[in-house]
Design a protein around this ligand. Structure first.
Ligand SMILES: *Cc1c(COP(=O)(O)O)cnc(C)c1O
Length: 462
């Protein structure tokens, strides 16, 4: 299996190389040259199988010979062993033909664990084989950083540095980053906002002396290996509702478009998905694009579903690549326009292709809170604000086809917004009840990239 860039000009890579590289050198994102398919019998055979077995069947065709079957099974087993639910991604019913897929039973209580745990194990296996060591640096507004630290803590081929805006993440999110005691974990509390952190990381990737000197690697959601791990739960949930002999739709709370794009891959692999519904909060660039065909950036408005407060949705470039029938030059031209003018207009053909796969909806702050209140009162479900955005949009798309809404985080990760709306304080699961008793360890730094680089160099002795 070979991996190509959405902009058509970067070297073609193996799965292992694409996973360890992240961003392509032409600025594009890596995708498999062809999407492997599973026939109806193969999908039917997933009935009653464990999450881990389905994960193996779905992901194996994408990884080529990067890992042997035995190695890959072991990677999957390690990745999901720390989840707090045997089904890994259990489903509950919200109403007639409406189901909630709970993706928050991982170690940091958000769906990011599904991919990050896999990537941690895959990096470790690949690097221990080559004897290499890498430095992972990431910026986070909360969930990605805690999932990355949890996935990479204690692995000996990796140092992980997470930059987060000092004072601007929730207490639960911060403690998940600052309480792991392993020496390879470095939580950096940076003076400034998320953009300050993100800009510092970009600067490090563009400083080739630094990048090569510390062997920098990235694990943000443009890494295809992360998207791949998320394809699996589309299969497990659809199969439990009768696929491949029954069609299913999904509604996905969306920010960077990674999670919902995994649903597109599942559909191309042969899973009978009718519609993929994009659910956005008030930062609604994707909804507006679906409505008008114009992708026009506006300022980010902070919301109570902060993991979706996104202005430039990186993985949408992958959806465009398929909408433009895999024409990398056309995608590159749109991205150049975005950079120069802050917008681009999707061509008529590409727009129709997008509309045939995706639907969309936008949810205001007041609607999000009202949905949390109503879900608690009428459905007996305490939703996190992101999941509430999803359920609200899904309700407008219910019909004869079963609808699965992805619950992307546990309500206890966003206790203030949940309590304000529902009157219930969401408790942490018992397995992490001691989070607030553990000592914290973090390094406070100014929002100055040279100071941050100096600390990273010093810590790894480069
Ligand atoms: C990251 C995140 C999202 C958005 O996922 P994308 O893949 O960026 O679209 C939604 N909800 C929660 C809780 C998240 O952490």
């Amino acid at each position: 299996m070979r991996y190509i860039s959405t902009r058509g000009k970067a070297p073609v890579l193996s799965f292992e190389q694409a996973m360890l590289t992240g961003l392509a050198r032409d600025g594009g994102l890596y995708l498999p040259e062809t999407i492997p398919t599973l026939d109806a019998d193969a999908i039917r055979a997933m009935r009653g199988a464990t999450y881990e077995d389905v994960a193996f069947t779905v992901m194996k065709p994408f990884i080529g010979d990067t890992f042997t079957d035995a190695e890959f099974r072991e990677i999957i087993a390690c990745a999901y062993a720390g989840f707090g639910h045997d089904a890994r991604a259990p489903m509950v019913q919200l109403g007639p033909n409406h189901f909630l897929l709970e993706l928050f039973h991982g170690p940091t209580l958000a769906f990011k664990d599904f991919a990050m745990q896999m990537i941690g194990q895959m990096f470790q296996k690949a690097l221990s084989r080559s004897g290499e060591r890498v430095t992972i640096v990431g910026a986070t507004s909360g969930d990605t950083g805690s999932a990355a630290i949890e996935a990479f803590r204690g692995l000996d081929a990796v140092d992980v540095f997470i930059l987060f805006p000092n004072g601007r993440v929730s207490d639960v999110q911060r403690r998940q980053m600052t309480t792991p005691s392993e020496a390879n974990v470095h939580a950096l509390a940076v003076e400034g906002d998320f953009d300050t952190c993100q800009a510092a990381v970009k600067d490090m990737f563009n400083d080739f002396d630094f990048r090569d000197g510390v062997r920098l690697a990235g694990v943000n959601s443009i890494n295809f290996a992360r998207v791949l791990a998320q394809v699996v739960y589309y299969f497990t949930s659809a199969v439990s509702l009768g696929a491949p002999d029954r069609t299913v739709s999904f509604t996905v709370p969306t920010g960077n478009f990674g999670d919902i794009f995994a649903g597109y891959i599942a559909k191309q692999m042969g899973l009978p998905i009718e519609t993929l519904v994009i659910a956005t909060n008030q930062n609604d660039i994707l909804h507006r694009t679906l409505e008008t065909g114009a992708y026009t950036t506006e300022g980010v408005k902070p919301s109570i579903s902060p993991s979706m407060d996104i202005q430039v949705s990186s993985n949408f470039e992958r959806a465009l690549f398929y909408a433009y029938e895999q024409d990398g030059a056309a995608v590159a031209a749109e991205m150049d326009s975005l950079k120069a003018t802050g917008e681009f207009k999707v061509s008529q053909g590409a727009y129709e292709a997008l509309k045939s796969t995706y639907a969309s909806g936008r949810v205001s702050e007041a609607q999000t809170s009202a949905m949390i209140t109503r879900a608690q009162a009428e459905m007996g479900e305490l939703l996190c604000p992101h999941s509430a955005v999803g359920v609200h949009v899904a309700e407008a798309h219910l019909g004869a086809t079963p609808m699965v809404t992805l619950a992307t985080a546990h309500p206890a990760k966003f206790p203030a917004a949940v309590e304000a709306a529902s009157g219930h304080h969401p408790a942490l699961p018992p397995r992490m009840a001691d989070l607030f008793d553990k000592p914290e360890r973090m390094t406070e730094l100014p929002g100055d990239v040279e100071a941050i680089k100096a600390v990273i160099r010093e810590r790894i002795g480069a």
